[in-house]
Design a binder for this molecule. Structure first.
Ligand code: SF4
Ligand code: SF4
Length: 909
């Protein structure tokens, strides 16, 4: 650093290789003061006017804007804002032709100016001592200041470097022919220029400032020297093209070269253009953003060349018009100088921050490039190159698009000065080839950067996947090892248990062998023990089979439970009848005072018991039949199932038990009947035994028997008449009853006969109800077999036979009951007649009943014969039916005679 300062402070200047000395032609425009350009009607302000990223648009169409108002805002530090160059209205935000060699359209804010040129509120300052470096840099940034030397690099980025700045170089060389904007600026704004230097020195804290001015600008150098100090020196350097280049100027001032692919700031040197320095001064002190610049309008096609303060966004065409541009047959406008400038393809492109000159040369003044010829490898280009490059090699590589070779030959060190092309005898536009080559490499680099990013992302993803895979494999391996260890431990435990079991088995065998040894000492005890073990095993097996059979039997019992219930009801009914018989026996004992009645009652009981037994027998037969059929069906199934066989066996046992109970009941009934017969016989034998000793008594007994038989006949007839009277003529029966009421004995006999009849009817009704219930249950039971029988014809036939037997039993039961009642009534009637034979009044009543019955029978016969005169006959019958006491007496006498006659006939026999 010290050497650098010493070199600069020594006042010595150095030379650099290369360079050319083209015609300057600066006098076209440096003879007049800087003028103020007219505000155009429309300003076209490109959003991006610098080297770097653009900012965000803040306005929209229709907005009113003031001069100096920001139109865009910085979204990052590398971006630069743009401002309204004059007041007006935003009329459009659209693509407009750019001030570029390509003529490409770019985004621009179009402002229709109002002509008032109204500034936005500003805050100018005279002292910057209160502002620090960062504040100053921010002001520079917000002012949108870009390098005015030509590249358009943001000024605040240069000022934000971290390197220590020792030397500040203010570049006032302006070596490009025709351009005089910096020259006039230094002349007219030297004081402000030093104010700008003050800001830069405050920011960079540099120890030395050099203001470099070419030898061909003596007025500017004189103006600057008026403000020069020891630390702010003005250096006048020889005129040579391209001494204005940064690297070339540093080499001239310091004798030191900036390394290839390096920057001056790396040497502690910061360089700014005089126009940039003036813009910084106005931004910091005057609070004016960069909205205008000094533009040289020159060339012989321009009638009034000169320098103007031109608002940024002013169309070039407007400026040409203002300076009376005279288009030629092949009009040509060059932005910049003839060495580094480019031909503007569209005159509507606006003036931007880097536009320092609008050159409108004539064809004679600046001939067009001729037809490109082949390189003759003369080497003139290499000698003219100020960067010591090989322009002809770069040309070949650029033409063949060999980008690697271009970079190898330091294409990007080329400052595009055009010195090589200026000297090329083949008129090869070498700088155009270099620019195209740079653009292709930059595009390729951007694509390569994107591909590199994608590659890194892919590699990172692959690495992550591989890492995850390895982690999973490690996890699985650890789990497998854990499982293997667990299995090994389990196997070890099992082996240990097996060993323990083997030991236990060995011990058991040893004990058994010991026991066998003991048994061997006593063979009889051993056989006994084995037999007991065999019996125990057999018993256990039998218990298991019984248990299974019982479980199956329970199922079968459930199936035949309705039949068992019917059998139980039959048993209960039989027991009930037995109890009633006992009660009746007690009653008979009470009535034993009258032997005839008791005998009749006994016979009635016997018959009733027989009827009950018959009924019970029928029910039992039906149940037996059903059980047999069911048993047969079950037996057929039992052949396949031993459990069913067991159930059938139990059913048969129950049946045998029921038969035994029935036989016992019959035996009891027979015993009772025998007792009754014995009593009756004894009762009958007593008079006979007495009568056998005395003929008179025997005759009396015979007569008594005859009378008894007669009484029986009469009583039977009376009973028939009574039945007839009950069913046909209730009123007649009432009359008999009223008459019988006069004889208490007859009335009692009739009442007892009615009671027995009613009892028989009730018994029959109960039997019928029980039979109905049994039928219902049997039917319900039969439903299941029937449903099963529908699938088994044998079972269906068995059920049909059971039903037929049941119906037959019902008929027999009814007939037995009827006979028993009739016989009981006859017996009762006989007993009554025997009593009535001792009572003439009763005999007379019986005779009357018989006569009445005979008369009714005759009437019926006559009514049948005279069916055509039924009404008349019935009237006669009614008249004849009326009681006739005299005829009844005669009939009674006739009856008595008949009775005696019958007795005599019986005695004769
Ligand atoms: S000056 Fe032109 S002709 Fe000569 S070597 Fe260079 S490119 Fe080729
Ligand atoms: S344009 Fe490039 S190659 Fe040609 S002389 Fe200038 S620096 Fe060298």
């Amino acid at each position: 650093m010290k050497e650098l300062l010493n070199r600069i402070r020594s006042g010595k200047l150095w030379r650099y290789a290369g360079g050319v000395f083209p015609a300057e032609r600066k006098h076209y425009s440096n003879k007049t003061a800087i003028g103020q350009a007219i505000i155009p009607e429309q300003l076209v302000i490109p959003v991006s006017q610098h080297l770097g990223e653009s900012a965000d648009i803040l306005v929209k169409v229709g907005d009113l804007v003031q001069k100096g108002q920001p139109l865009t805002a910085c979204n990052n530090f590398r971006a630069l804002p743009v401002h309204a160059s004059s007041s007006g209205t935003v009329s459009a935000i659209e693509l407009r032709p750019s001030c570029h060699a390509s003529g490409i359209f770019e985004q621009a804010i179009v402002i229709n100016t109002d002509g008032l040129d109204t500034w936005q509120p500003r805050s100018p300052r005279d002292d910057i001592s209160s502002l620090d470096k960062h504040q100053l840099i921010d002001i520079v940034h917000q002012a949108g200041i870009a390098g005015k030397g030509g590249a358009g690099f943001p000024a605040h980025l240069k000022l934000s470097g971290k390197a220590d700045i020792e030397v500040l170089i203010i570049n006032g060389i302006e070596c490009e022919p025709y351009i005089t904007s910096d020259d006039v600026l230094m002349r007219e704004y030297a004081q402000e220029l030093f104010q700008g230097i003050e800001v830069l020195e405050k920011i960079t804290q540099c120890g030395q400032t050099i203001i470099a001015v070419e030898h061909n600008k003596p007025e500017a150098a004189k103006a600057l020297e008026a403000f020069a100090t020891d630390t702010r020196q003005v250096k006048v350097v020889p005129t040579k093209y391209p001494t204005g280049g940064e690297k070339q100027l540093i080499e001239v001032l310091t004798g030191m070269q900036v390394p290839a692919n390096g920057y001056a700031i790396d040497m502690g040197i910061l360089m700014h253009n005089v126009g940039t320095t003036l813009a910084i001064k106005r931004a910091v002190f005057d609070d004016e953003p960069l909205i205008s610049r000094i533009v040289t309008l020159t060339g012989q096609a321009m009638l009034h060349p000169g320098n103007r303060h031109v608002l940024l966004g002013t169309p070039v065409a407007f400026m040409l018009q203002q300076h009376q541009f005279k288009p030629t047959s092949q009009p040509r406008v060059i932005i910049g100088g003839p060495m580094m400038g480019f031909t503007l393809p569209n005159f509507n492109a606006p003036v931007i921050k880097t536009t320092n000159c609008i050159l409108a040369p004539t064809e004679a003044e600046l001939p067009l490039f001729g037809k490109e010829r082949a390189c003759i490898r003369c080497g003139e280009c290499a000698e003219a190159c100020p960067v010591d490059l090989l322009p002809q090699q770069l040309y070949w590589y650029a033409k063949s698009q060999d980008h690697e070779k271009l970079e190898e030959y330091n294409l990007f060190d080329c400052i595009e000065c055009g010195a090589c092309a200026y000297v090329c005898p083949s008129e090869i536009p070498l700088v155009q080839y270099y620019r195209v080559g740079k653009a292709e490499i930059k595009t390729q680099t951007v694509e390569a950067d994107k591909a590199e990013v994608a590659r890194k992302r892919h590699e990172a993803r692959a690495e992550r996947l591989e890492r995850d895979k390895q982690e999973r494999e490690a996890k699985h391996k650890a789990a497998a090892e854990k499982r293997k260890a667990q299995l090994q431990q389990k196997s070890d435990n099992t082996a240990a248990d097996t060993q323990k079991d083997a030991v236990a088995e060995a011990l058991a065998r040893a004990k058994q062998n010991k026991a066998s040894d003991d048994d061997s000492l006593d063979p009889a005890a051993a056989r006994k023990l084995r037999k007991e073990q065999a019996r125990a095993a057999k018993a256990a097996k039998q218990a298991l089979e019984n248990e299974q059979s019982q479980s199956e039997a329970v199922k079968e019992d459930k199936a035949i439970s309705p039949v068992a219930a019917a059998i139980a009801r039959a048993k209960a009914k039989k027991a009930n009848n037995k109890a009633e018989d006992e009660d009746n026996g007690k009653t008979a004992a009470k009535t034993s005072q009258n032997p005839a009645v008791a005998a009749a009652i006994a016979r009635a009981k016997a018959k009733k018991a027989q009827a009950n037994d018959s009924e019970t027998q029928h029910e039992s037969d039906v149940a037996d039949t059903e059980q047999d059929e069911t048993a047969k069906t079950h037996e057929s199934k039992a052949s396949k199932n031993t459990a069913v066989a067991a159930a059938i066996a139990r059913a048969k046992a129950k049946k045998a038990q029921a038969n035994n109970a029935q036989a016992q009941a019959e035996a009891e009934a027979q015993q009772e009947s025998d007792v009754a017969d014995t009593e009756q016989n004894e009762t009958a034998k007593t008079p006979e035994s007495k009568a056998s000793k005395n003929p008179a008594v025997a005759a009396a007994i015979a007569r008594a028997k005859a009378k008894k038989a007669q009484a029986n006949n009469a009583q039977a007839e009376a009973q028939q008449e009574s039945d007839f009277a009950d069913t046909e003529q209730d009123e007649t029966a009432k009359t008999h009853e009223s008459k019988a009421s006069k004889n208490p004995a007859v009335a009692a006999a009739i009442a007892r006969a009615k009671a027995k009849k009613a009892q028989a009817n009730n018994a029959q009704a109960e039997a019928q109800q029980e039979s109905d219930v049994a039928d219902t249950e049997q039917n319900e039971t039969a439903k299941t077999p029937e449903s099963k029988a529908s699938k088994n014809p044998a079972v269906a036939a068995a059920i049909a036979r059971a039903k037929a037997k049941k119906a037959q039993a019902k008929g027999a039961e009814t007939q037995h009951e009827s006979d028993a009642v009739d016989k009981a009534e006859n017996e009762t009637a006989k007993a009554q007649e025997s009593k009535a034979s001792n009572n003439p009044a009763v005999a007379a009543a019986i005779a009357k009943a018989k006569a009445k019955k005979a008369l009714q029978q005759a009437v019926k016969d006559k009514a049948v014969d005279d069916s055509g005169h039924k009404d008349k006959t019935m009237a006669v019958v009614k008249e004849d039916v009326r009681p006739k006491p005299k005829s009844a007496a005669v009939a009674a006498a006739i009856a008595k005679a008949k009775a005696k006659k019958a007795q005599q006939q019986e005695n004769d026999h």
